[in-house]
Ligand binder design. Structure first.
Ligand SMILES: Cc1ncc(COP(=O)(O)O)c(C=O)c1O
Length: 477
């Protein structure tokens, strides 16, 4: 698969800039805009571009939204689109009525909590998270965003171990702040930004598709052995930090996390698991580490915790890590925001009452089966990955892979299905967890139709190319 074509399409240098997200600058994007965006929307997009600082991954904006509900977003032109991206905040669907009701109730009574005071929704939420989390975890701190919660986890690990070094993974994303890009592993965030946090070592993630140990299709655990090697050689690492599963998506084997957990214990490093995009049910369990039979020392969650309405993240730490009483770990103005906490409580209640976890497991299994069947029908599909409703389809069209994946993305969008590409060629499928089977079938139909169309286009353009080459050779004879 050649991903270098992305260079010219994205306007930035080098395939190192392939990231978790698509880069928003390409001829296909321009074509999609020309074909799908009306004059009034275009004016708004121009205003957006005029007043916001531009930045990769976010601008130029694709479209203007006016509403959302359940598994759908609706654009200004009234098109309803199944949102299989949703920034992974839509565990309980967009505009969930139960969450909205809880938020409105709280807004009318206590919308803010002055420092030094606490409030009932915050206490109830901390208690609930402590009850839900793995047994050894039980102390909570809240923050108004995932990167901030990761930053608090880093500080807590330093204080608890007296060590500042960390080991984290290449290609990882833990947030966009300076401390989190230091432990993150994407060049788009790290390159040319100046000094990052010292002592932030990186190791290869358990991603068979790009394994430097060439493990093939099955993880051979050499990456876990190498991680332990680094812990041993450094000797003073305070924390290993990783996403339990990668939203890319890839899913390490159970033995990987068991080995890493044991290595952390042997070398005195805390294990911090970042489950910001997938805790609260996306993989079919409340917390993703439950699949692996391990408990981290600190678990960080966020995104959908605020019900897809309000920014909220949390770290849930081991009970005996309550050691920083004389220091500030967070001290964020909105850390115990009662409205965000009310949204989180209503979100968790919805997940429990509607048995969203079972729904995710059964619909996830159905979808994976359908995608595997689709792979058997389509040469463009290189592989299919999935756990619960975190699914991915990787496209391989040899030198045309990135362009083909992008074409699929924009064609699907025009047909009413939104998703993002990750690392250039993987279609990431993350619907609202409350999506119905009928809606899922509709999404799969759209996906298969556009893959069929792109395959046909590629075949005909390759045939044209072949015949042009033949004519050229004939004329040169
Ligand atoms: C794995 C992971 N960690 C951390 C973050 C950062 O969260 P936030 O954007 O709330 O700071 C994200 C956001 O995409 C994420 O996917």
């Amino acid at each position: 698969m050649n991903q270098n074509t992305f260079t010219s399409m994205s306007g930035v240098a080098g395939e190192n800039f392939l990231t978790e997200g698509d880069l928003n600058l390409s001829p296909l994007r321009e074509r999609w805009t020309a074909e799908n965006i009306d004059a009034a929307t275009r004016l708004l997009l121009e205003e957006d571009a005029k007043y916001f600082l531009h930045q990769s991954l976010s601008t130029p904006c694709l479209n203007v939204l006016r509403a959302c509900e359940g598994a759908y977003i609706e654009d200004r032109q009234g098109r309803r689109i199944l949102d299989f991206h949703g920034n992974a905040v839509h565990q309980v669907g967009f505009r969930n009525p139960k969450v909205i009701e809880a938020v409105i109730r709280q807004l009318q009574v206590l919308p803010f909590c002055t420092r030094r005071y606490t409030n009932e929704p915050a206490i109830l939420l901390a208690k609930k998270l402590a009850q839900l989390a793995p047994d050894s975890l039980g102390k909570v701190l809240l923050a108004p965003g995932g990167a901030l919660a990761m930053g608090m986890a880093l500080k807590l690990a330093r204080m608890a171990t007296g060590r500042f070094k960390t080991v984290s993974m290449w290609d990882a994303f833990h947030g966009a702040s300076l401390d989190t890009i230091s432990i993150g592993g994407e060049a788009l965030f790290r390159r040319d930004i100046g000094p990052l946090l010292p002592g932030t070592e990186h190791v290869p993630p358990p991603n068979t598709a790009e394994c430097p140990f060439k493990c093939g299709s099955q993880c051979s655990l050499q990456c876990a052995e190498y991680l332990e090697y680094v812990l041993r050689k450094e000797g003073d690492v305070g924390a290993v930090i990783a996403e339990t599963v990668r939203s890319a998506p890839f899913f390490p084997p159970r033995e990987y996390w068991q080995a890493v957990r044991a290595a952390c214990d042997r070398h005195g490093a805390l294990l911090i698991l970042d489950e910001i995009p997938h805790a609260l049910g996306r993989t079919g369990t409340m917390f993703t580490c439950e699949h692996y039979g391990i408990e981290p020392d600190i678990l960080v969650i966020g995104k959908g915790l605020g019900g897809g309405l309000l920014p909220l993240a949390a770290l849930i730490a081991r009970k005996d890590l309550d050691i920083a009483t004389d220091r500030a770990l967070g001290h964020y103005t909105h850390e115990k925001n009662p409205v965000a906490c009310a949204a989180a409580l209503a979100t968790i209640a919805y997940i429990e009452e509607e048995d969203i976890l079972s729904h995710v497991r059964s619909l996830g299994a159905f979808t994976l089966e359908q995608l595997n069947a689709m792979q058997a029908r389509h040469w463009l599909i290189h592989s299919v990955q999935g756990q619960g409703l975190m699914l991915g389809v990787t496209i391989d069209a040899r030198d045309d892979s990135v362009e083909a994946a992008e074409d699929i993305m924009y064609k699907a969008l025009a047909a009413g299905l939104n998703f993002k590409l990750t690392m250039g060629t993987t279609i990431q499928l993350m619907p609202a967890l409350c999506i119905t089977r009928t809606e899922m079938e509709q999404a799969l139909r759209i996906l298969e139709q556009v893959i069929t169309d792109v395959e046909a286009r590629l075949i005909s353009s390759r045939l044209v190319l072949q015949s042009q080459r033949r004519e050229l050779t004939d004329s040169q004879r």
